[in-house]
Design a protein around this ligand. Structure first.
Ligand code: APR
Length: 313
């Protein structure tokens, strides 16, 4: 059986971790593409990973390039091309620059890898997925945004840290746009099957929900330059694996809604099933009135960014 092909568009902080994880997990051959002026560093990173294969125990062809012909026929495309945040910037401050990059990337992916499952990571996330989908015209189930897996992982990590338990036993989901309006759902969080609400006081849970919403900014401020990269890379790889191995995983992702939750025509974070057909299903949760209102508030933020995208492409 021929190896699968994973194309990484953007070979910066997240891209390089994606390449290493894809190799270690033997997802397939990996092509990392960056701008022509970054071609040598991109080749260098991929050669470095290839040279660690004997120690790491993986077989994969690692290619660094700036030529879109090299991504031809990719099974999965993960897009991180674009600028990350600096301290003081919101994700939306990136829109002007990143929408042009995403439009250019999408036009290339459309012709070179028309059957790929596409995972967008570039911020501002929800509107960049929208832009990518608009330019490619791909079926909605073939395009999604990575945010919910990371936001869920952050929430679960904070719960595990607070309770002093294994994060493996924490289960949760997060809805909404990838930004300060995201909607963690503590009501549905369980720890080894026990509702979180029975294990933690409301004030503590609220503090964890708040920290989750601001987690990206916390990292940006600590790093001083750039934004989170290990956790977004891990989250994107989990989505790629769900697709490649037809795992039917239930994960939160930015998916195009067609009336679910009263939302139509926008990508926003919801629980979905990811399997070999891509986004196979959007799971519709019964929300409380407060949760639905919070989701609608988050949608307003996404709509604002999408309107800006529509003015530009
Ligand atoms: N085509 C290909 N690559 C590009 C293009 C382009 N048109 N424009 C920029 N890039 C590349 C840059 O050269 C850089 O190597 O995208 C890479 C981005 O890497 P970093 O600057 O290190 O950013 P990173 O931390 O990886 O984050 C990427 O993901 O989470 C989001 O907010 C984050 O939008 C940011 C993106």
């Amino acid at each position: 059986m021929a190896r699968k092909k994973i194309a990484l568009i953007g070979g910066g902080q997240i891209g390089q971790i994606l390449a290493l994880l894809a190799a270690q997990k033997q997802l397939g051959n990996v092509v990392m593409l960056d701008m022509p002026e970054r071609e040598n560093p991109t080749k260098g990173k991929m050669l470095d990973i290839a040279e660690a294969a004997w120690i790491g125990g993986y077989d994969a062809k690692m290619t660094g390039t700036s030529n879109y012909d090299d991504i031809a026929g990719a099974d999965v495309v993960i897009v991180t091309a674009g600028l990350p945040r600096k301290p003081g910037m919101t994700r939306d401050d990136l829109l002007d620059i990143n929408v042009k990059i995403i439009a250019e990337v999408a036009a290339q992916v459309k012709t070179k890898a028309p059957r790929a499952f596409c995972i967008i990571v570039t911020n501002p996330l929800d509107s960049m997925v929208y832009a990518f989908h608009k330019v490619t015209g791909f079926p909605a189930k073939q395009v999604c945004g990575q945010a919910g897996v990371l936001d869920t992982s952050r929430f679960c990590s904070f719960v595990a840290m607070e309770l002093g338990v294994s994060v493996e036993d924490v289960s949760a989901t997060v809805l909404g746009g990838h930004g300060p309006t995201m909607v963690p759902l503590p009501r549905l969080c369980t720890v080894g099957g026990v509702p979180l609400t029975e294990l933690m006081k409301k004030e503590k849970i609220d503090a964890i929900a708040h920290r989750t919403r601001e987690a990206g900014t916390e990292i940006v401020n600590l790093l001083g330059t750039g934004s989170a990269f290990f956790s977004p890379a891990y989250a994107s790889i989990a989505m790629a694996e769900a697709y490649l191995f037809d795992k039917k995983r239930v994960l939160a992702a930015a998916a195009m809604l067609d009336g679910q939750y009263g939302i139509k025509g926008y990508f926003i974070g919801v629980p979905v099933i990811i399997g070999g057909k891509g986004i196979e299903k959007v799971i519709k949760l019964k929300l409380t009135a407060d949760e639905q209102a919070a989701l609608m508030k988050s949608l307003e933020a996404v709509k604002g960014a999408v309107a800006d995208v529509d003015k530009r492409i």
